[in-house]
Design a protein around this ligand. Structure first.
Ligand code: NAD
Ligand code: UDP
Length: 346
């Protein structure tokens, strides 16, 4: 019964359930894409819980500086590997996160074929590891599977409005296909899957050069450069703070039950890009002024998660609002050195 399970999971559902699994000697987790923004935080959290953590990453958008602390832990292993290729190493895992895929539009659009292959071959290859290991596996899906949504907020039942042949298709359609592959693996082999539809996430550890809106606006304001709003800035996004997202993903992985269907994980507070720019300008003393340029093709006009399913099944809801989350993110970007700004070569 999900309600009883949910009550049992409160409070700090994520850490308690993950620690319980560790105590039951299910201690091995594989995090594909573990050198990235979200994956590296998952690596730290599982090391804190006492797991053996294997990070598998091709370092295309991930950064070794994200793994400085984790690498000092003897329970941490790094494997340099591209998930497009079969994963033949013999490790066995209890839990697998498939976080491997660039999330930033300029990054995933810079090599669309590789992006599509990463989502599709990566899903097959990691599901094969899950099957060999009898592991539970979570797919990092995305709000992008809703495309440019014509309903708001987006529930998991909304089937989306996605262009198959635009600049975002490699990511959106790749992630949609990955959800189908996960679903079919479940149907065919009984694989224990979870699918998290992740909405825009920000926070300390972001790559300052990732080209996404939160990192761009903060760094532009800190550098006294123009704040680059694309379009008229009336398009909206709903921003989730990193810690809330990581809690949501861990809770989804460890909540007992059969939650095989996709679940939105995000913060439903919605902001236009003009509102975001002004909020950042209020927080940073700067000479920066807003400039406007063309809206990229197929840029979604709105995005806001309905998180009723996550609340009901997981007892999860975000705790940190944009105001507080931005303060912490700005503090992080202020301390980020130019050395750390460099992405590692693949
Ligand atoms: P990120 O770009 O920081 O991390 C992705 C990681 O995957 C990087 O370390 C990269 O090197 C690695 N990677 C990419 N292609 C790979 C490949 N072929 N083989 C092995 N490793 C590969 O992105 P993130 O923000 O940490 O996102 C993590 C996951 O969450 C992604 O799957 C992304 O699609 C999903 N997601 C993120 C957001 C967000 O706002 N951050 C929103 C929706 C979905
Ligand atoms: N955006 C912007 N200025 C920037 C970067 C992005 O106005 O410097 C806009 C972008 O057009 C989109 C929104 O901010 O409407 C969010 O963009 P991001 O790349 O962060 O994420 P996504 O589009 O994938 O949600």
């Amino acid at each position: 019964n999900t309600v009883t399970e949910f009550k049992r999971l409160k409070p700090s559902a994520a850490s308690q359930s993950a620690r319980r699994a560790a105590a039951e000697k299910q201690r091995k987790v594989l995090i594909a894409g573990g050198a990235g923004f979200l994956g590296s935080r998952l690596c730290s959290r599982y090391l804190e819980y006492g797991y053996e953590v294997t990070c598998l990453d091709n370092l295309s958008t991930g950064r070794l500086c994200n793994l400085k602390q984790q690498s000092r832990n003897p329970k941490f292993t790094f494997i340099h590997h591209d998930v497009v290729n079969p994963i033949n190493q013999k490790g066995r895992y209890d839990f697998i996160f498939n976080m491997a895929c660039p999330a930033s539009p300029p990054k995933y659009q810079s090599d669309p074929i590789q992006t599509m292959k990463t989502s599709i071959y990566g899903a097959f290859n990691l599901l094969d590891v899950a099957r060999r290991s009898n592991a539970k596996i979570l797919q990092a899906s995305t709000s992008e599977i809703y495309g440019d949504p014509d309903v708001t907020p987006q529930t998991e039942r909304y089937q989306g409005n996605v262009n198959t042949v635009g600049p975002r298709s490699c990511y959106d359609e790749g992630k949609r296909a990955a959800e189908s592959i996960f679903h079919d693996h479940r149907e065919t082999y009984g694989t224990d899957i979870r699918i998290a539809r992740i909405f825009n996430t920000y926070g300390p550890g972001m790559d300052p050069l990732d080209g996404r809106v939160v990192s761009n606006f903060i760094n532009q304001a800190l550098d006294g450069q123009p704040i680059t709003i694309y379009g008229d800035g009336s398009q909206s996004r709903s921003f989730c703070y990193l810690d809330d997202m990581v809690d949501g993903l861990i809770t989804l992985m460890h909540t007992p039950g059969t939650h095989f269907e996709p679940i939105n994980i995000g913060n439903p507070d919605e902001f236009t890009m003009v509102e975001l720019a002004n909020l950042i300008l209020k927080k940073i003393t700067t000479l920066s002024r807003i400039t406007y340029s063309d809206l990229p093709e197929d840029d979604p006009k709105q995005r806001r998660p309905d998180i009723s399913r996550a609340k009901k099944y997981l007892g999860w809801a975000p705790k940190i609002g944009l105001d507080q989350g931005l303060d912490r993110t700005i503090a992080y970007f202020k301390t980020e050195t130019s050395q750390d700004n460099l992405s590692n070569p693949a």
